[in-house]
Design a protein around this ligand. Structure first.
Ligand SMILES: [Zn+2]
Length: 131
């Protein structure tokens, strides 16, 4: 897996209040969508069905209709507040549904806004030495 992607995974779990670390450094957390148990290796490698979710879709950044959402993550698609671990299947379903419809679609906007609120509700500052 690319080094940058592993770095983003590490950021996502380090700032996820529901993520815990095992003795070998493996992170265990729950899918942002369905709460399935997911794991990420200490080096940020995705384990099992884990995938990296951009809560506000990357393609929405810079779009006026998404401005209220992107502002909540500093208008940076890779800000840790916009990153979460999700099942590959949940992530793909979101990509084919709300993400694809775009922020001008009221339903898609509401789905992403709710998901972002969930992510921000699980926010924590990264524990020391987790990077
Ligand atoms: Zn899921």
């Amino acid at each position: 897996m690319r080094a940058r992607l592993r770095q983003l995974f590490r950021l996502a779990v380090a700032t996820d209040a529901e993520a815990t670390r095992g003795p070998d450094g493996t992170w265990t957390t729950r899918c942002l969508h369905c709460r399935t148990r997911l794991q990420v290796a200490a080096d940020g490698e995705a384990l099992g069905g884990s995938s990296l979710e951009h809560v506000v879709p990357q393609a929405w950044f810079g779009l006026r209709a998404a401005a209220a959402l992107t502002a909540q993550v500093g208008d940076d698609r890779d800000d840790p507040r916009n990153l979460a671990v999700a099942c590959r299947r949940c992530n793909q379903d979101k990509g084919k549904g709300p993400d694809a419809k775009g922020p001008q679609d009221a339903r898609a906007h509401a789905v992403v806004a709710a998901l972002l609120a969930k992510r921000l509700g699980r926010w924590r500052l990264p524990p020391a030495g987790s990077g």
